[in-house]
Design a protein around this ligand. Structure first.
Ligand SMILES: [Zn+2]
Length: 237
């Protein structure tokens, strides 16, 4: 167990060279020969957004195939990043307890700058947080991720009165509902969840700071959908 921990640490600090992946492959039968476990923090500002996104999705593939390596999820990693963070991915996700971002992307401490609220809505505080994650901390990818069976979207579709300030969440989702084809089908529910993701992506593009980063080629904003049944994350944009 100790040896395995050391190997994962090694993989996390030495970038996914062929040598590293071979070492990891020889240490665990679960990893495939072709797999290269690259720590996001080892990609730098010269890496393209596409490269970073590719590594993010590769982590989800490991999770879905039950091959999670749980990189950077230990005390040593915490000490490594205690003096500063450079998360190359910022994510806006729903607060739903079934959407634990680091787990579904097989990542750890210091890898992802995650903003979560019910309905993955991009309201001023969330946009400000994500501007910080990208413009200040340097994330190359900004992902809005919606998920199957989202209760916030369901509440928006039902349109019933809600207690407290829950209604503010529903109000932010309302524009995503296509009134002309609204129905009670599962398909429409899924489609609205995806439309809500794209609505929030649009809200992020409306931030001059984020838009400038995109125009300068420093940032890629993407929408995604997470299946609770399979664990798979599918890109929408
Ligand atoms: Zn949700």
């Amino acid at each position: 167990m100790i040896a395995r921990r050391k190997l994962l640490k090694f993989g996390a600090v030495a970038l996914g060279t062929g040598v590293v992946s071979q070492v990891i492959d020889s240490s665990t039968k679960k990893a495939t020969a072709k797999e290269t476990l690259i720590a996001l923090e080892q990609l730098d500002q010269n890496s393209t957004s596409d490269q970073v996104l590719e590594e993010l999705i590769a982590g989800n593939k490991r999770f879905v195939e039950n091959r999670s390596e749980a990189p950077n999820q230990n005390y040593i990693r915490l000490q490594e990043v205690s003096t500063g963070q450079k998360p190359l991915v910022s994510i806006l996700s729903c607060a739903d307890s079934r959407v634990p971002i680091e787990i579904i992307f097989d990542r750890g401490i210091g890898d992802l700058f995650v903003v979560r609220d019910a309905g993955n809505i991009a309201t001023p505080e969330e946009i400000g947080s994500l501007e910080f994650g990208t413009a200040i901390l340097g994330s190359k990818v900004l992902m809005v991720i919606g998920h199957e069976k989202c209760g916030a979207v369901k509440a928006a579709l039902e349109g019933k009165p809600l207690p407290g300030q829950i209604g503010s969440i529903v109000a932010a989702i309302q524009p995503a509902i296509d009134r002309t084809s609204k129905n009670d089908s599962e398909e429409f529910y899924v489609e609205t969840i995806k439309q809500n993701v794209m609505l929030q992506v649009k809200n992020l593009y409306a931030s001059p700071l984020l838009y400038e980063l995109v125009e300068a080629g420093k940032l890629k904003i993407v929408g995604a959908y997470y299946s609770l049944k399979t664990g798979e994350v599918t890109l929408l944009s």
